[in-house]
Design a protein around this ligand. Structure first.
Ligand code: NAP
Length: 283
């Protein structure tokens, strides 16, 4: 891939960050990959699991294309990776932004659909209009965002002859917990999309891998609770949660298996967690 230093990469922005969306900048073609393993695309790469995954994949020999809404955070992550990384601003809830993100990518080996998250913890029966809007965002980001990203990159994945789609779901994609209705519904749907894709892509050179983590110490809870740091910290109190690097290592291992091997789904828990609801705390 042509080397574009992080600080001169696409800097268009999307809702929730500074600047304005500039599809023309995002549409600049990417040159052919030069990394030994080809190109890996990571959505939601400005923090947490996505940033760690971009770093781990670059370390494993991939060129990496990082997408998220916050251009400044993307640039910082890319700068830490070095010349194998470039960035494009991306909002997976916006179809035009996803199209611009994928523009000019003729071939890619890996697409990690990681962008997403949770908003709020309101019981189903208490959800008001604000909560309904949050449910819609969670569906747009965690479900439609995955489908859009896959659609946009599928020709490039097939063209590589060895495509891998990674969908980062959650334990919330397979279990439920009180207050989690909007998020668990979205992640269950994301898991369904991953399984459906595996059926639909059977016979084509693309593997579909689902990674379903339990508690990971990232900005996830800070976002969920609107920046309330105390509430976010309480989620992990008295436990040793997974780190973003733990999940990144699992993603990297899964995508570097031989082409005939599909890691269909990997569930990762911290030792202190046995289900979405059963958490051992030392306090
Ligand atoms: N942390 C956990 O306990 C946990 C457990 C299981 C699964 N997960 C899942 O893991 C994934 C990564 O979360 P995380 O824990 O690493 O949390 P995080 O640190 O908050 O990272 C979320 C990432 O998604 C990006 N993002 C959010 N909305 C986006 C949008 N509309 N378009 C593009 N990018 C968007 C964010 O970047 P911008 O804000 O810059 O756009 C950020 O890079 C999520 O899908 C989450 O649901 C997390």
């Amino acid at each position: 891939m042509a080397v574009v230093p992080a600080d001169t990469s696409d800097t268009a922005s999307a809702p929730g960050s500074s600047g304005s969306l500039d599809p023309a900048a995002s549409a600049r073609p990417l040159a052919a990959p030069t990394g030994a393993r080809g190109l890996a695309v990571v959505t939601g790469a400005s923090s947490g699991i996505g940033a760690a995954t971009a770093r781990a994949l670059a370390e494993a020999g991939f060129d990496v294309l990082l997408g998220a809404r916050r251009a400044d955070r993307l640039a910082a992550v890319a700068a830490g990776i070095g010349p194998a990384a470039r960035t494009r601003v991306l909002d997976v809830t916006d179809p035009a932004s996803v199209q611009a993100f994928a523009a000019g990518v003729a071939s890619c080996e890996v697409v990690v659909c990681n962008a997403g998250g949770a908003l709020g913890l309101a019981p189903v029966a208490e959800a008001d209009e604000t909560e309904e809007a949050r449910w819609r965002w969670m569906w747009e980001a965690n479900v439609a965002g995955v489908a859009r990203t896959v659609r946009a990159f599928l020709p490039a994945l097939v063209a590589s002859g060895n495509g891998r789609i990674v969908v980062v779901t959650s334990v919330a994609g397979h279990q439920v917990y009180p207050g989690g209705g909007g998020y668990t519904a979205a992640k269950h749907a994301a898991a369904a999309v991953a399984q459906t894709l595996r059926l639909e892509l059977l016979g084509r050179p693309v593997r579909v891998i689902e990674i379903a983590p339990g508690m990971v110490d990232t900005e996830f809870s800070l976002v969920r609770f609107d920046g309330d740091a105390e509430r976010a910290e309480a989620v992990y109190a008295g436990t040793i949660p997974l780190t973003a690097d733990d999940v990144a290592e699992a993603v990297t291992w899964a995508v570097t298996r031989p082409p005939h091997v599909t890691i269909a789904r990997m569930d990762l828990f911290p030792r202190d967690q046995a289900s979405a609801r059963d958490i051992h705390r030392r306090v």
